[in-house]
Design a protein around this ligand. Structure first.
Ligand SMILES: [Zn+2]
Length: 354
């Protein structure tokens, strides 16, 4: 893997997804196992939404099975099919929305290191908040969705390597690259702990990217509603952190459209030395899904963002765990870090193999 994720379209025939079929899914599972983004298309196109959902569910169950058998995914993982989204909520006077880079289920699904790389981490630290979340309490290891209506113009989904961002944030803060994967792991834990210990100040129930990348400015730990670029912040957020007032008025690049985007631009500049448009050029990969395509990627080692019109509808399909803990999970997570680290152009040496 390079600094950006790669996306790969894999097309299967309907006959390939018969019950008990495994081999057709091996290529799809390998894309996910390598930390990349999978676009899955099943031909011929489904004639109804119900058929498309049924096929997508069957395909993901088979892919999860291959991930368990060949790529160390814990045996407790399962496919979670959520309710259809009924249109895309947009801010007042808008007909589109941009969801800023985020982890799905970010109250309990975000990048942490394996305990094999940071033994002092307690699995309970992988929960940022257990109240007021959207929508389910599971730990999402792979997040995906079936495109039901791409909208007009078609929605775009953007992906970013969380580990590349973490590496660059460490390098920007310390004026040197991390000496080892263990040092990068310690940086992640330190940053998550800082944000969690200061929840009374920033009030977020979701870990923001600015927090994960180590910002000491708690305004960067505030999550805009959605998290939409266009969203106005809540009055309580301005009262708790008055510095937000100036941030939402003006961002470092001067071009960000919306209060949420401008706060995000500040956090990017502060932690990475790159404003939001530079962030996109450096880290972003874009995938446009056709009707009934499934788009899915690692929800921990990647963040994703989405630009959608109000008419776009999707059906979330994720591979999840009830609890992110246990020897099998720690081994799988350690492997995910290494898959990135072993191919990172800037890494000084290969990590110890788990
Ligand atoms: Zn900006």
């Amino acid at each position: 893997m390079s600094r950006k994720p790669r996306s790969e379209l894999i097309e299967l025939d309907e006959c390939d997804i018969a019950p008990g079929s495994v081999e057709p899914f091996a290529r799809a599972a390998a894309v996910l196992a390598q930390g990349n983004v999978l676009a899955l298309r099943i031909n011929p196109p489904a004639t109804t939404k119900e058929v498309a959902v049924s096929r997508a569910r069957s395909a993901l169950i088979a892919i999860a099975q291959v991930l368990m058998e060949r790529h160390d995914l814990p045996a407790e993982a399962y496919v979670e099919v959520d309710d259809e989204s009924w249109g895309t909520p947009v801010a007042p006077f808008r007909d589109r929305r941009f969801l800023l880079p985020h982890h799905d289920g970010g109250h309990c699904s975000f990048l942490t290191p394996s305990r094999l790389d940071y033994a002092d981490l307690d699995p309970s630290e992988r929960v940022f908040s257990a109240t007021v979340y959207w929508k389910r309490p599971s730990h999402k290891v792979y997040q995906g969705f079936l495109v039901l209506n791409p909208g007009v113009p078609p929605g775009q989904t953007h992906y970013y390597n969380t580990l590349t961002l973490l590496w660059d944030a460490f390098s920007y803060r310390h004026c040197r690259a991390p000496a080892s994967l263990a040092e990068l792991a310690a940086f992640a834990v330190e940053n998550v702990r800082r944000s969690k210990e200061n929840q009374a100040t920033h009030g977020s129930r979701y870990l923001t990217l600015g927090a994960l990348l180590g910002s000491r400015d708690f305004a960067h730990h505030v999550m805009p509603s959605g998290p939409r670029a266009e969203s106005e912040l809540w009055p309580a957020q301005y009262i708790a952190l008055p510095a937000l007032c100036e941030m939402v008025d003006r961002c470092p690049c001067g071009t960000c459209d919306g209060p949420g985007a401008r706060v995000f631009c500040h956090a990017c500049a502060h932690t990475l030395g790159r404003v939001w448009p530079e962030f996109q050029r450096e880290y972003e990969v874009t995938v446009v899904g056709a009707p009934y395509d499934v788009l899915i990627g690692n929800n921990l080692t990647q963040l994703h963002a989405a630009e959608s019109s109000s008419s776009r509808t999707i059906r979330p399909l994720c591979i999840v765990l009830d609890r992110p803990e246990g020897d099998a999970y720690e081994k799988w997570l350690a492997r995910q870090w290494r898959i990135w680290y072993e191919t990172c152009p800037a890494a000084p040496h290969a990590a110890q193999v788990i």
